[in-house]
Write a protein that binds this ligand. Sequence first.
Ligand SMILES: [Zn+2]
Ligand SMILES: [Zn+2]
Ligand SMILES: [Zn+2]
Ligand SMILES: [Zn+2]
Ligand SMILES: [Zn+2]
Length: 224
Amino acid sequence: MSNRNQIEALTIEQRVACQSDIDVLTCSICLSLMTAPVKQCTVGHNGCGSCMDEVASTIGTCPQCRIPISNGRLLRSTDVNKILLSLKIHCVNHFIYDRESNKWEKNSKGCPVITTVEKSDNHQSTCKYNLVKCPFQGCNVNLFENEMASHIAQCQYQEKIPCPFGPNGTKPEVDQHIRNLLSNHIRINQERMEDIFFDLHQQITTSIELSLEINRNVFSNFLF
Ligand SMILES: [Zn+2]
Ligand SMILES: [Zn+2]
Ligand SMILES: [Zn+2]
Ligand SMILES: [Zn+2]
Ligand SMILES: [Zn+2]
């Protein structure tokens, strides 16, 4: 019995985009998509390297033509190995694991990108459908990268920021708070500005008076 908590790894075979590609690349020994390095008998029958090695060391003949394959008579199948690398497969994020059936299922909302086996790692490192964790402490939400921005905007765990004149809250909370009490905030803001202008005015007046006094003193020295 399989462990229900254990997720079976998604195989290349499950990701193949075109079913007919699998038929010609099925190993006659394990009946799965051949895995590199593929090896062949001298007639040209192919199989996974591991399957062919196993048969060579036990039965000793090709399962398809019965030609001897033991003692180093297997060849590396360069062409098939190349074909395996150019096989077209879905992005891993095209699939979602269904915990009910314990199977990988295609996800219509998943990544639509199809690449070759060779280029799939490259794509995956920049795939917009990689699941990312919400960056805020305490939030356990995992989402596609391209859905994260809208989650972050209303995540309850986001960092608290202060209203310029009042209590802390998340950005949406503070925005809402300011909107609800808009006239208060405008008035307080105006009063602050008036205070600042009053102070500035005082400072300027004082410094003008000061310089006038200096001038008066200087002139009085000259005149008298
Ligand atoms: Zn095999
Ligand atoms: Zn053969
Ligand atoms: Zn992708
Ligand atoms: Zn969050
Ligand atoms: Zn406020």
